[in-house]
Design a protein around this ligand. Structure first.
Ligand code: G3H
Ligand code: 13P
Ligand code: ZN
Length: 310
């Protein structure tokens, strides 16, 4: 089918009230697992590539692999730069085959974030490429002891409205209490869904949830059964993700759950067969498990069957 823009896929999701998975890939097996999972569910997919992934695999390899995947697959597929911060990498993505970029200037003060983001929007829109901006800082809610700290970290709905108006971003990632990685909450998991509702009411455009891995129990058990140590790992509860989707989240970023699946599957093979050294026997089961995890995600996000605009 070829690559499509993020705007195309996410505006359909916004209209239809569902979310599309943005899955981080770093190599062929992860990409193939993600794509197979989405093709089998007839779901659109966003292939997310971080600057670290580009540095690891190489820009040309990434673009060639994902383009090939898109050409071979009957589903809308987006090639998206995740957390772009480096001007040269962002520019290379815009001019070199990506169909969506994120500019992450969320560490800067609001005025600077607006200025930097607007520049990227101008550059990307001139090439027909969509842009995601981020406002607020990703941090688990209970790490914020005071109300002031919470307000300084989570996205202010009024600022979100101004940010979207002045930058022209196509979709926005607000901070509502999630964080990256496998250790998201020390106590009870809780997203600020009231804040999310107000942000959506003010901006209307597709919203993105970063740090959205659920850390599935069975995957965690697999990793730990074969020697992994991940005490206190905790993700976003699936019911809260569902609620967030009903309140306007249309793109759900997932990396940690794929990393855990790959690690669990590889650990199992190596533990059960001490003589194995064929990379296909080591990485093949990881690709299969990633595919299964993606099936579960698509069911949760409600994007199954939406590949043909349904
Ligand atoms: O949000 C970050 C993603 O999980 C990518 O992580 O920068 O280690 O590739 P990375
Ligand atoms: P997780 O670490 O929860 O998978 O989040 C990934 C992410 O936000 C990538 O941008
Ligand atoms: Zn992220």
């Amino acid at each position: 089918m070829g690559l499509v823009t993020g705007k195309e896929v996410l505006e359909a999701a916004n209209r239809g009230g569902y979310a599309v998975g943005a899955f981080n890939i770093n190599n062929l097996e992860i990409l193939q697992g993600v794509v197979a999972g989405c093709v089998e569910k007839s779901s659109p997919v966003i292939i997310a590539v971080s600057e670290g992934a580009i540095n690891y695999a190489g820009f040309d390899y990434i673009v060639a692999m994902v383009r090939t995947a898109a050409e071979l697959s009957p589903i809308p597929m987006v090639l998206h730069l995740d957390h772009g911060r480096d001007k040269e990498i962002i520019s290379r993505c815009i001019h070199g085959g990506f169909t969506s970029v994120m500019i992450d200037a969320s560490h800067l003060p609001l005025e600077d974030n607006i200025r930097v983001t607007r520049r990227v929007v101008e550059m990307a829109h001139a090439e027909g490429i969509s842009v995601e901006g981020e406002l607020g800082r990703l941090q688990g809610i209970e790490e914020m002891v005071s109300v002031e700290e919470r307000e300084a970290t989570l996205t202010d709905p009024q600022e979100a409205e101004r940010f979207v108006e002045e930058t022209g971003v196509d979709f926005l990632a607000p901070a509502i209490g999630t964080s990256h990685g496998a250790f998201k909450f020390k106590g009870k998991a809780k997203l600020d869904l009231k804040r999310l509702r107000e942000i959506k009411r003010r901006v209307g455009i597709p919203l993105v949830l970063h740090g959205a891995s659920t850390v599935p129990q069975r995957i965690l058990e697999l990793v730990t059964r074969y020697g992994g140590e991940l005490k206190e790992a905790k993700g976003v509860p699936p019911e809260q993700l569902k609620e967030a989707i009903s309140l306007g989240i249309n793109k759900i970023n997932t990396d940690t759950d794929l990393r855990l699946a790959l690690t669990g599957a590889v650990r199992k093979v190596l533990a059960e067969d001490r003589g194995v050294f064929d990379p296909r026997k080591i990485l093949g089961p990881a690709r299969d498990l990633i595919r299964e995890v993606v099936h579960e995600k698509v069911d949760l996000f409600g994007s199954g069957g939406k590949a043909l605009g349904g």
